[in-house]
Each structure stands twice: as structure tokens, then as C-alpha cells.
Design a protein. Structure first.
Length: 193
């Protein structure tokens, strides 16, 4: 058990039988007889849905411990992604609803942390950014309101908007959460890709 005033980003809670990860915490002191409030932003681990509950500072919450194992991504099919523990060679299938849309950035051989609760995989921890090679780009369309961008098809099948100077074969960094272009990958990354 943990009291609400001790919540920190990254903690995992069980609330009404559901598992949530704490994303943000903001404590506000109360005035006079008011006891204050702890504002939180929580992510439901199974679905990724956001919830922003408020708690009293002394409210007791059920903190849970997750097991975290580094796992190697092997392959994906229509319903799941298959991962392997490099130390035991044990393979597990993780349903696509657990991996979420960020699974498009998984590449064979890539190692990512997988979090388990009661022996079941409940989340895959993706990096904030992924590097993907541009397969093709469309010619620039000069629209007065947005002339600095063009469409690009990535090797992972995604289609995004990139700056005009990005061409086929280049490696770009993409924000995994939003699927948006961040920057061109640095030269040392391009050579090794």
C-alpha cells in the first residue's frame, strides 16, 4: 500500500481490479480546513486509455510490483507478436491489443522490456523514438499553408509527412507515441542501419 501523497511517476497501481501506470503526479496543498488534493494522470496498462483521477493526500492505494524482462522480438502475425527471453529461450505470444499501435516499430531481433503481472504480459515498453528507413516519397506539393512537407512511405508500411529535404533511403526518427517525424537520423546511425 502507498499513500497518494507518495505517488511517483512510473509506479503501478491496482484500482477497482484494473492495473494502471502513473504517468504524472501533481500535489496541491489545501488551505485552512481543506486537506489538499493529489492530481494524477494514469494509463490503463491493458488498453493504454488515460484516466485523470484526484485523490486525497492520505488516501491509501494498492501498489503492485511488476516483473520486467528484456525480450527479443521475433515476428508478428495478424493477432499477436512473438517474443523470446534471450536467457531461457522461452517464447511468448503477446496479443496486439497489449502491444498497441507502436508494434509497427518492432524489428526482428530488437530487444525491449516486457512487463508482467501475475505471470501475464501486460505491457511492452517501447522507446520514445524509433529509426525507420524511408522507402519512397511523393513529389512536393506546394500548398500555401503547408509547403515544407511531403508524404513519405516507410519500410514498415507507415505513411508519414516529412520535410522536403528527406529522400528515399534516408533513415528518420519517428515519435513512437504519435507516429510523427522528429528528425533525420544522425550519420553514424545511417551507416549501421
Amino acid at each position: 500500500m502507498v499513500i497518494a501523497s507518495e505517488l511517483r511517476s512510473g509506479m503501478v497501481l491496482r484500482i477497482q481490479g484494473e492495473i494502471y501506470k502513473v504517468l504524472e503526479v501533481e500535489s496541491r496543498a489545501g488551505a485552512a480546513k481543506m486537506s489538499g488534493v493529489v492530481k494524477t494522470k494514469l494509463s490503463k496498462v491493458k488498453t493504454g486509455g488515460l484516466w485523470e483521477p484526484h485523490f486525497r493526500p492520505q488516501e491509501r492505494l494498492d501498489e503492485v510490483e511488476l516483473e520486467r524482462h528484456m525480450m527479443e522480438f521475433l515476428f508478428a502475425d495478424a493477432e499477436s507478436c512473438t517474443f523470446m527471453r534471450p536467457d531461457t529461450y522461452e517464447q511468448i505470444e503477446i496479443p496486439n491489443d497489449v502491444t498497441g499501435p507502436a508494434r509497427r516499430f518492432l524489428q526482428s531481433g530488437m530487444e525491449v522490456p516486457v512487463e508482467f503481472f501475475a505471470g501475464e504480459p501486460i505491457s511492452v515498453v517501447f522507446p520514445e523514438a524509433a529509426e525507420v528507413r524511408v522507402a519512397s516519397t511523393t513529389p512536393a506539393v506546394h500548398a500555401p499553408q503547408d509547403s515544407a512537407w511531403k508524404e513519405a512511405a516507410l519500410e514498415n508500411g507507415m505513411s508519414i509527412r516529412v520535410p522536403l529535404f528527406i529522400g528515399p533511403g534516408e533513415v528518420v526518427r519517428i515519435d513512437v507515441r504519435t507516429g510523427r517525424y522528429m528528425e533525420r537520423a544522425r550519420a553514424e546511425h545511417k551507416r549501421s542501419a
